[in-house]
Design a protein around this ligand. Sequence first.
Ligand code: FES
Ligand SMILES: [Fe+2]
Length: 368
Amino acid sequence: MLSKDLGPEGARGVMVCGEKIFLMRAFGRVNAVQDRCLHRGVRFSARPECFAEGRITCWLHGFTYDVADGKLVDIIAAPGAGLIGKDNLKTYPVQERNGLIFVFVGDMDPPPPLDDDTPPTYLDEDMATEGIARVVNSNWRVACENGNDATHIWIHRESPLIVGGDIALPAGFFIINYEDGVEVIEDTGRKGVISPHGRESHLPCFEPKVEGTPILDIAGKYGTKRVATTVELWMPCGLRVTDFPQPGMTHFEFYTPIDETRHLYVQMLGRKVANEQEAKRFRMEVQALWEPLDLRGFNDEDIFAREHLQEFYQDDDAWLNEQLFQGDVVTLRWRTVCSRWNRGIQWRGPRRLDAHADVARLSTVSQE
Ligand code: FES
Ligand SMILES: [Fe+2]
């Protein structure tokens, strides 16, 4: 999520990969614990109560926890109760970098470096960033595949960003050389696919026709500025488009899974800057100009597409019933990378594995 959405003194609940997580700032950093009281299970975020820095008190019976390590440090109505100090909330590794809060919900301990899970340059110290985040009603995998789909740019042809600017955006790209047209990156910690639009492997279509009859004169209507020189999709869910929406800017997207049917669509624009003054000017420029034109005007078309793709892909057999073509080669490469390097399947939420183990143990006992 965005740092500004948590605020300087913030506390709020989020859902990531189906897990309810409570975020709270304390002593200058963000902490993340399960958003479920150990006592009777209510969510802290329903009514966050904090009586000392770094402590969250459950609003129902006063169980109080340290948000840094999850420890139960007090029970307001029962000081000295035996449970105090003996139980813990699940905690999640958190990092706050370049305007975003990253929470690791996987099972790996320690978690992988954040560099491995973010697009190149996003975390660079001299990369100024500004953006927005909103909930989209589609599975996150549908969003990933929409982000680097080489022929979906057809849907952007009427976007004010394109029509009103001096931007050259074709009706689509046809990849004529697969070897040169898609780069698969698997030999570093960061895994992904790169689609270099600027190369001759990508044949842009500037004269769209239906059965030989021109239907739109894109070449005459649109500008000359070359944008989106590469489109890159990085595991687990990060997109980077270089030189977009203008040469010298970078467009980043993160498709964070909320649950099976929703993702948090995080859209960030970046530009390399020399100092904080330039960074501040850039953030104002994004808010005034690029948010309405690019992040909303242009990308609203992507949201429309994803929510309609979801109707089809919500059924598991959709992956068998789709009919792909040459233009989908980037998507196929991406799926290959995901199937090779995914980190497996884990149970949702805290203690679920324990619960399953307990059921197994009880059933063994009852059989004896
Ligand atoms: S449910 Fe939280 S203290 Fe009882
Ligand atoms: Fe798009």
